[in-house]
Design a protein around this ligand. Structure first.
Ligand SMILES: *[C@@H]1O[C@H](CO)[C@@H](O)[C@H](O)[C@H]1NC(C)=O
Ligand SMILES: *[C@@H]1O[C@H](CO)[C@@H](O)[C@H](O)[C@H]1NC(C)=O
Ligand SMILES: *[C@@H]1O[C@H](CO)[C@@H](O)[C@H](O)[C@H]1NC(C)=O
Length: 446
């Protein structure tokens, strides 16, 4: 049975933390290179990359952790080390032999914290404190990277990278401390038309643009200068002080904003997609699946998911009045799937399901994500949509956004005018502070 409206509650509005670990339990292993044979990194003239991988049992499938590690082993620049960590309610039984199978001593496990108190999911949505604790453990893993590390990338165990990823680090300027990658994402153009928002189109970026700010980035899409990160003691887990009440699953975007407002200079690798945030329609296409946006509630559009062809057939048959199918030529620059045989170069098609009332569905996306999360290329459409709405509602929204931009330090925009302002509302906060009123609209993980 497929439920028409899936209730998806991803957010825990309280930060009350229940499953705490006393500091006495925090025993971390020693970095193997420091304990025995010496570091893999010997040539000091080349940068060294540490990849911190957060993984758990569900990544045991071939398209999970193995795919990620393969994507590291395919790097054209090979000076990397992978530090794995697990925090979960269930053990990752395959982890030890997955790591062993690679016979690559650059890959090692920093910590496996298993216990019911570490379970990520509660009855409804995320368990209280799960993400915060995971970020705290991540902060420790970052500090377990070899002392010679120059760059660190923190990622989840089912993501993937283009083989040229680390090569982009070779020509960074000395004052560039953050390398930001555009990336494949189910949140690509989140307020665009369902399904079509992923389509290859002239004038649209091939993947999600990394703006190094909340709602426009992802943990794994940023490579950070490790010595500076550690010296300045930036901690993902410490973002709660600056989150305006946003829960810990948003700390990645908040961290990038925090670094930018601390004077970090970024290099944005634009127009190429060197990172794949899983699940994405592009990866789904490579795996022969269909992309489903039809089951997403307009009130809580969390991005869509990859389903099998059979599931897509069943959905279409069962809900023929409500679901429609489009065949989409996906945008892709070919960088990540270039190693897969039999793929048609830079583009690939996918069956995509959406609601038959796609316009209403899109209006729901716009309401949910708001102007802050809208991609630049979609701002005009967003504004047109606003003007078509009831003006009272528009004015209420603008008042809320103006409020928000004031309280976030964006400054002199002033309060909402009573009628028809010309400019589309753009309240990007300058610092890290996010107004708590945003919370309501963003119960998703990016
Ligand atoms: C995470 O670490 C911070 C300090 O950096 C601490 O205040 C917080 O309580 C910790 N949270 C969890 C859930 O472990
Ligand atoms: C999409 O492609 C599939 C298989 O290639 C085909 O069966 C289907 O009819 C197409 N759907 C549309 C709406 O064109
Ligand atoms: C794929 O895209 C990249 C960058 O956009 C381009 O350099 C390359 O030539 C393209 N490859 C093919 C097979 O079209």
């Amino acid at each position: 049975m497929i439920s028409w409206e899936r209730a998806v509650v991803l957010i825990c509005l309280t930060l009350a933390f229940t499953a705490s670990v006393s500091s006495a339990e925090l025993v971390f292993p020693q970095h193997p290179a420091e304990s025995s044979e010496g570091s893999h990194f010997s040539d000091n003239s080349l940068p060294q990359v540490c990849v911190v991988i957060r993984t758990y049992w569900a990544h045991a499938k071939p398209s999970g952790l193995r795919a990620l590690i393969h994507s590291l082993q395919r790097q054209s620049f090979q000076r990397w080390e992978a530090v794995l960590l697990v925090l979960d309610g269930k053990p990752f039984d395959d982890l030890a032999h997955t790591v062993q199978d690679f016979e690559d001593d650059r890959i090692w496990t920093f910590a496996e914290w298993i216990g019911l108190q570490f379970a990520p999911h509660a009855e409804e949505g995320w368990a209280h404190g799960y993400h915060h604790q995971l970020y705290n453990l991540t902060d420790e893993a970052i500090r377990a990277c070899p002392a010679s590390t120059q760059w660190v990338v923190v990622t989840n165990g089912d993501n993937e990278y283009a083989s040229t990823l680390f090569q982009t680090l070779l020509n960074t300027a000395p004052d560039e401390d953050l390398v930001a990658l555009d990336f494949y994402s189910r949140y690509q153009r989140p307020t665009g038309a369902p399904c079509l928002r992923f389509a290859l189109q002239e004038g649209y970026p091939p993947c999600k643009v990394n703006k190094m700010q909340w709602c426009h980035t992802d943990l794994g899409a940023n490579i950070l200068r490790w010595p500076r990160l550690v010296a300045e003691d930036h901690r993902f887990g410490g973002m709660s002080d600056k989150s305006g009440g946003l829960t810990a699953e948003h700390f990645d975007g908040l961290m990038m904003m925090n670094l930018m407002s601390s004077g970090w200079k970024a290099r944005h690798v634009e127009g190429r997609c060197l990172f794949e945030h899983s699940p994405s329609p592009q990866r789904c296409a490579r795996q022969g699946g269909a992309w489903d946006e039809s089951q997403i509630s307009p009130e809580s559009p969390i991005g869509g998911e990859c389903i099998s062809q059979g599931q897509a057939d069943a959905l279409l048959a069962s809900f023929s009045d409500h679901v429609e199918e489009l065949n989409i030529t996906l945008s892709t620059d070919g960088a990540i799937n270039a190693f897969d045989k039999g793929l048609p170069g830079n583009q690939t098609t996918i069956r995509c399901l959406r609601r038959a009332d796609a316009e209403a569905q899109q209006a729901g996306y716009m309401r949910f994500f708001g102007p802050y999360c809208t991609a630049e290329v979609d701002m005009e459409e967003f504004e047109a949509h606003l003007l078509a709405q009831n003006m009272d509602e528009v004015n209420d929204q603008r008042a809320a956004w103006a409020e928000q931009s004031l309280s976030s330090g964006a400054g002199s925009r002033g309060r909402a005018r009573p009628s028809r302002p010309k400019e589309p509302p753009k309240p990007p906060p300058k610092g890290v502070k996010i107004d708590p009123s945003l919370r309501r609209r963003l119960p998703f993980r990016i």
